[in-house]
Design a binder for this molecule. Structure first.
Ligand code: NDP
Ligand code: MG
Length: 426
């Protein structure tokens, strides 16, 4: 996200000496989006995918959609493809192909299935690829889009936690932008403005605290999936909602911020802010602080990324500060939310531990949702996986996506083997 700061207009002489740089005015002018921009939406049937569809439909002709992809919900994917006028729809699960084909019969939308079809969707012609698949499943198609030089509007934080170095290297090599859809990172991106990273003292990501913010350790340990899925402020897919309940999501987001902003862990902080109004803060070396505020509605950061650097008019929720009344902030409690500590430790340890953390967490969250483990066992299993990887020398910084996915596979196997055997508890 390196940007150019112009403190004064350049003379014609200076301009002739230097390579052309995008003018600040060109970046931020509230001009309508150069229409229409073409999009691919990966994870089109999910929470982010549906919000993206709402932004697209509300933007009256500003966007076209060339392809959509999903996991296994053929009916929902077919509906989305038709609704958005996509030419190509890919479902990852080969078993869903017949249903997708049947649902798209007579629509003119081409149907395909399998992980390679999802990659094909990612490579369909587009100005922007929205990366909104959940989990490591998003790594290969999102990376393919980067390799092809597409601008990626990234919601899928697991891509960066699993394979951050490879993603950032590829983005630089392709001269491609990774635009942060995640609300905290999007707020920071906007609050950062034209500032150089050297002028940034601290980046703070806020967390709502989730449904267990005021719960005791014992109560959290005994929490059910239904309780973990009852997020007070945001409506999201099940994996990220469980991540939020234990503050693992904030840990994943600190790792995401480390890669996407190229900033070291010591300049990244977390505050609990139950109102979810201030999403991210940037403190500068002169004592100034800029904050990114918005109502908790993912259509806001999605619209920002899709139109960047212009601004769309949207029907996203508006922020009513007087209605909110008070904005409060508190330090996270690492004793009641050990997952955040485990994630921050993994980031500081480096050596591939973010990759290990991400893989173990996906297995543990799925097991919790299947009622095979208790809530606090998520953090325990993830910490065990990190300790194990350090102990047996598996831990190494993955340079490539292939290396990251190999670590991911090995850790998934090991973590699965540590799960209690037998039927899920009721
Ligand atoms: P959802 O569970 O609602 O949606 C996940 C999407 O991924 C669905 O479209 C699903 O398809 C698809 N999918 C699953 N597996 C595959 C696969 N193997 N190949 C292709 N597609 C697949 O998740 P969210 O929308 O909530 O989250 C998506 C990502 O965005 C996550 O990484 C999350 O952390 C991040 N994010 C989400 C936010 C939110 O507000 N929801 C906020 C910030 C970040 P199907 O429906 O067929 O299963
Ligand atoms: Mg977030």
């Amino acid at each position: 996200m390196k940007k150019v700061v112009h403190l004064r207009p350049k003379s014609a002489h200076e301009s002739a000496q230097e390579p052309p740089a995008p003018a600040r005015e060109a970046f931020w002018a509230p001009a309508p989006c150069a229409a229409p921009r073409s999009l691919v939406v990966l994870g089109a049937t999910g929470s982010i995918g549906r919000s993206t569809a709402e932004v697209v439909k509300g933007a009256s002709g500003a966007f076209t959609v060339s392809a959509v992809a999903g996991g296994r919900d053929a009916a929902a994917l077919a509906r989305t493809a038709v609704e958005l006028g996509a030419a190509f729809a890919a479902v990852a699960d080969p078993a869903a192909y017949r249903d997708l084909k049947a649902a798209l019969a007579g629509t003119g939308v081409e149907a395909a299935a399998g992980p390679e079809a999802v990659v094909e969707a990612a490579l369909r012609p587009a100005d922007i690829v929205v990366g909104a698949i959940v989990g490591t499943a998003g790594v290969a198609p999102t990376f393919a889009a980067l390799q092809a030089g597409r601008t990626v509007a990234l919601a899928n934080k697991e891509c960066l936690v699993c394979a951050g170095p490879a993603f950032m290297k590829q983005a630089a090599a392709s001269g491609t932008r990774l635009l942060p859809v995640d609300s905290e990172h999007n707020a920071v991106f906007q609050a950062m403005g034209e500032a150089d990273l050297a002028a940034v003292e601290m980046i703070t990501l806020t967390a709502s605290g989730g449904p267990f913010r005021a719960w005791s350790f014992e109560a959290i340990a005994a929490a059910t999936p239904e309780q973990a899925l009852a997020h007070p402020n945001w409506s999201m897919g099940p994996k990220i909602t469980v991540d939020c309940a234990g503050l693992m999501n904030k840990g994943l987001e600190v790792i995401e911020a480390h890669y996407i902003f190229g900033i070291e862990p010591e300049r990244l902080d977390v505050l609990v802010h139950p109102q979810s109004v201030v999403h991210g803060l940037v403190a500068f070396t002169d004592g100034s602080v800029s904050a990114g505020l918005a109502a908790p509605d993912m259509k806001v950061p999605i619209a920002h990324c899709l139109a960047f650097p212009a601004r769309l008019k949207t029907k996203a929720r508006r922020l009513d500060l007087a209605g909110v009344g008070q904005l409060t902030f508190e330090r996270p409690d690492f004793a009641r939310f050990p997952a955040l500590r485990v994630a921050l430790d993994a980031l500081r340890a480096g050596r591939g531990l973010p990759t290990v953390l991400n893989a173990a967490n996906e297995i543990a969250v799925a097991a919790f949702l299947e009622r095979r483990i208790s809530f606090h066992e998520i953090a325990r299993l993830v910490e065990e996986a990190c300790d194990g990887a350090l102990g047996d020398g598996v831990a190494r910084e993955p340079e490539t996506v292939a290396e990251a996915l190999e670590i991911d596979r090995a850790v998934r196997e090991r973590t699965s083997a540590r799960l209690p055997q037998g039927a899920a508890a009721s």
